[in-house]
Write a protein of this length. Structure first.
Length: 254
């Protein structure tokens, strides 16, 4: 920690992340503590995290939003950066955080871009860039919402912006990509049905087609080659399965 800098805690939620957690923690050596909240890993995740100096807490899974809020509450310091095990803080972002916290921050949180890697390539177009999110925040003025998936930080106050990015190692194989889509869209479909939103052909067919066109053509995802195409198809497939599964759930409940 730089002398006089506002201290910051890094928090990470994990489940069977032995292949990712070491690189994640190594990108956080500038933080004043690292807290890993694990929901029952059966691999070496917890041992690796402890060996790299992290404080490990076991906590049963509550959904992404609640789990991240629980992790936030375990931190020693009020300023918190939350990243996932498959994410890394770039050196430029680490320096930007050091500068932002060199004096007492006047904002409640900071937003930074995400940089996504698919099939070994960092994407620079489409929905993948820029992809800003709030991940550094003062927990006295910000909290994670309770969503089971696609959770966000809700901030009471001004949000600043940081240079640099969080590097997201999204997936290195198509099998990994579509396995994640299948698992996540189960949750998204249930949320749609529970919210009582009407779902029909315009959503099942129209939303995926529009998302592919916007991602691949309007936002130039085509310039990222085959990985850009895969990312656009992934986004469209996510929309299709989310709404199609929601229709299926609705019919089962009738």
């Amino acid at each position: 920690m730089q002398r006089g800098r506002t201290p910051v805690s890094a928090v990470i939620i994990t489940l069977n992340e032995e292949d990712q957690i070491a690189d994640c923690l190594r990108s956080l050596t500038w933080a004043d503590e690292c807290v890993v909240v694990d929901s029952g890993s059966q691999d070496a995740t917890c041992d690796i995290a402890r060996s790299l100096g992290a404080r490990v807490i076991t906590h049963a899974w509550e959904g992404f939003g609640r789990q991240k809020q629980f992790a936030t509450e375990q931190a020693r310091f009020d300023w918190v950066i939350n990243i996932d095990a498959d994410e890394r803080v770039s050196p430029e972002l680490a320096r930007a955080i050091e500068r932002a916290l060199a004096s007492s921050p006047q904002v409640a949180a900071y937003r930074c871009n995400f940089r996504h890697r698919i099939m070994g390539r960092w994407l620079r177009h489409g929905e993948a860039w820029p992809d800003p999110h709030v991940r550094l925040y003062d927990r006295r003025r910000a909290a994670w919402n309770a969503r089971d998936i696609h959770e966000t930080v809700e901030v009471d106050g001004e949000i600043g912006r940081l240079d640099g990015c969080i590097e997201h190692c999204t997936a290195d194989s198509i099998a990994d990509i579509f396995d994640k889509i299948n698992r996540y869209t189960d949750i998204q479909a249930r949320q749609l049905v529970e919210a009582g939103r009407p779902i029909g052909l315009p959503q099942v067919l129209g939303r995926p087609l529009w998302r592919f066109w916007r991602n691949y053509v309007l936002r130039l995802g085509m310039l990222d080659g085959v990985p850009g195409l895969v990312h656009a198809v992934q986004a469209a497939m996510t929309s299709f399965l989310k709404y199609a599964k929601a229709v299926e759930l609705q019919r089962h409940r009738q």
